[in-house]
Ligand binder design. Structure first.
Ligand SMILES: [Fe+2]
Length: 138
């Protein structure tokens, strides 16, 4: 299998509460977010009230507080902070984008903007769920 689930994004009204539940009740160790260099950084709005990571190398579970302006802030069509999403890592994101283009399906090409060495795009599946597709590029 040349693809994998990279992370699951869980929306949380209270990130600290959900993070405490996952850490203290479920027993998951907290992770540390790996950011890209400043010149690649998007407007992610990260702080302890907006993001918690469980996993390593940004893989695992992302607990996220919805940011209503996130799509506008970053020039996206999709807002990945609202409603949650899962992220699929593929070996060739350019091939996926070509197929999306050919099918006339709009997507937000975020490039590397939130996670070190990860090229991310967002798209709606046919049921209007936001899906993230990414490729490890470094
Ligand atoms: Fe994501």
């Amino acid at each position: 299998m040349d693809w994998s689930i990279h992370h699951v994004n869980i929306p949380a009204i209270d990130v600290r509460k959900t993070a405490a539940f996952l850490a203290d009740i479920v027993g998951l160790p907290r992770g540390t977010w790996d950011y890209p260099p400043a010149e690649q950084m998007g407007k992610v709005g990260h702080d302890d009230d907006h993001i918690a990571l469980f996993g390593t190398e940004n893989r695992g579970i992302h607990v996220v507080k919805p940011i209503p302006t996130f799509a506008r802030d970053n020039g996206f069509i999709h807002n990945p902070t609202v409603g949650g999403h899962f992220a699929i890592t593929v070996p060739d994101i350019q091939a996926v984008m070509r197929r999306l283009d050919e099918a006339g399906i709009v997507y937000s090409d975020a490039g590397v903007y939130a996670m070190k060495g990860v090229h991310q795009i967002y798209v709606y599946d046919p049921s209007m769920n936001v899906i993230e597709i990414n490729q490890i590029v470094a």
